[in-house]
Design a protein around this ligand. Structure first.
Ligand code: NDP
Length: 507
């Protein structure tokens, strides 16, 4: 008699132990390229699990904040080494759980490696300031202090990179953390935290509670012992998080949606621009916050660009990301696929010109997955819903433009402000665009995607709330300044100071 293979059950990680959810319930994680494949079962946690994890993090914080930062760094350094060793396996698991092609999932793990090494390096810096004091025999400085327990809420599209962007700076600064991974991609976060535990992160410093956003995520954002929330996801959920953090002024960093653009000028290298539009638009099946879902092309090269862009896109091979021949994988789930299909209909009804794709891929190798053909609409205008709304799928809207001035107006005419790019050989145009594009990231002669961990990452307007991830920006978010004045005169100084000509010392 054949025995059924039991799916692997992944538990929560609380206070250094793998524990079941108090509810005893679990949810499934399935491969979006082949929904017959069950990746594993994960805890459907409740408020009680969140409370336990936060309590563990609160207790661990008492000691972790006092561990010298270079010692905390040694642990992160060991974690980075483990990530390097397991990169190939972690990338494979990531492709299985969220569908993007292996080259991209390797890049995702690599970003986690880079971030971990980078933040380990910060353990020997964490610079503050020393400045001269207004008074004699007085020393003035400002030092960085950790804040406490951090709640980290992450999306599914960069399942290890984004969690590492939050976890590593939080820990190096002396905070402790509870992470809630997206339900579609919990496995990659398990790998990340497992590596931290093996590297020697003490119990309670890094905890995982998996489960739904509305239950686990919402509880985390309202918990009185959570001092910081770092969130990446949709603008809609980001707004809920800002509201939850507002009453007691909890620190919160929000990295949200995008509607990014590529501007192609008439002096651009068109081969480069077409290549950028293909990978910016259809890399990760368009499911990147930085995806180039809009392209505005100068009227003089519009026809030529469009022909080449459509031809290249038609040649893309869609399929299972584990297959080395695949260029583009599936949408993450049925609901995301439906959003894409609805927007294709919206585009058609608005009068945009369908040039390729525009339909779900079904049957054969596609029968068990959430695949959609890479889709281009031409002759769009900047007011259409498909040029305004984040679709988060393989749909690119192309618009003609008369001039750089018009291109900049189109670029800035959306509620988001994450990433933008310009293709031109004219250095003056490039600098003008760099100055006037109101986005957090600008690329010149490169697509809207790709980030380096030692540079700030994030967006303006409804993409973010003013904070940035990565680089020193992340250290700034995960620490608070403490200003310290040290008087070493042993005398009453106020009496000696003539304030008439040197400003007030009374404040
Ligand atoms: P969602 O906003 O749907 O979810 C993000 C995370 O929030 C998930 O873990 C989700 O849990 C959780 N969540 C959902 N509801 C709540 C709630 N009420 N309270 C607390 N947490 C909650 O985004 P997606 O995962 O679908 O990711 C796609 C979005 O992320 C896109 O808009 C994209 O642009 C944006 N993004 C932005 C980036 C940036 O840096 N600007 C980078 C990457 C993505 P659950 O798993 O249960 O849904």
């Amino acid at each position: 008699m054949a025995t059924a293979v039991m799916p692997k059950v992944f538990k929560n990680f609380i206070n250094g132990e793998w524990v079941e959810a108090r509810s005893g319930k679990a949810f499934e994680n399935r491969n979006p390229a082949n929904t017959d494949e069950l990746i594993g079962m994960f805890c459907a946690s409740t408020e009680e699990d969140v409370n336990n994890a936060v309590e563990a993090a609160k207790q661990a914080y008492k000691k972790w904040r006092l561990v010298p930062a270079p010692k905390r760094a040694e642990i992160l350094f060991r974690a980075a080494e483990l990530l390097v060793k397991r990169k190939a396996d972690f990338a494979r698991d990531m492709t299985r759980e969220m569908g993007k092609v292996l080259a991209e999932t390797r890049g995702d793990v690599q970003e986690a490696i880079d971030m971990t090494y980078y933040m380990a390096g910060e353990g020997r810096r964490l610079f503050g300031q020393t400045t001269p004091s207004e008074l004699p025999n007085k020393f003035a400085m400002s030092v960085r202090q950790p804040i406490g327990v951090c709640g980290l809420i992450t999306p599914w599209n960069f399942p290890m990179a984004i969690p590492s962007w939050k976890m590593m700076p939080a820990l190096i600064c002396g905070n402790t953390a509870v992470i809630k991974p997206a339900q579609d991609t919990p496995l990659s976060v398990y790998h990340l935290v497992q590596v931290l535990a093996e590297a020697g992160v003490p119990p309670g410093v890094a905890n995982i509670v998996s489960g739904s956003g509305s239950r686990v995520g919402a509880t985390l954002t309202k918990h009185p012992d959570v001092s910081v929330i770092s969130f990446t996801g949709s603008t809609e959920v980001g707004r809920l998080i800002a509201e939850a953090c507002a009453p007691d002024f909890r620190h919160h960093s929000l990295e949200m949606g995008g509607k990014n653009i590529i501007l192609v000028m008439d002096d651009a290298n068109l081969d480069l621009a077409v290549d950028g539009a293909v990978w910016g638009g259809f890399g990760t099946a368009g499911q990147r916050c930085t995806a180039a879902s809009r392209v505005a092309v100068h009227k003089n090269v519009y026809k030529d660009f469009l022909e080449r862009f459509v031809e290249r896109t038609k040649a893309l091979r869609v399929g299972n990301g584990l297959d080395s021949n695949t260029d583009m994988g599936p949408c993450i789930n049925e609901s995301q696929l439906k959003t894409v299909m609805e927007h294709v209909e919206i585009g058609k009804n608005e009068g945009a010109k369908p040039l390729t794709g525009g339909h779900r891929l079904e049957g054969g190798a596609y029968a068990k997955g959430w695949f959609h053909a890479p889709t281009i609409f031409g002759d769009c205008n900047p007011k259409m819903r498909i040029t305004q709304e984040e679709i988060f799928g393989p749909v690119v809207a192309v618009m003609p433009m008369q001039s750089l001035e018009e291109g900049l107006e189109i670029a800035n005419g959306v509620i988001y402000g994450l990433s933008a790019s310009i293709y031109t050989r004219n250095v003056n145009r490039a600098f003008e665009a760099m100055r006037d594009l109101y986005t957090g990231i600008v690329y010149v002669n490169a697509p809207t995607i790709g980030a380096e961990t030692h540079l700030p990452f994030g967006g303006t307007k409804q993409t973010g709330n003013g904070h940035r991830e990565a680089a020193i920006a992340a250290i700034d978010f995960f620490t608070e300044w403490k200003t310290v004045y040290i008087d070493y005169s042993d005398r009453l100084q106020r009496a000696q100071i003539d304030t008439s000509g040197f400003g007030s010392i009374s404040s």
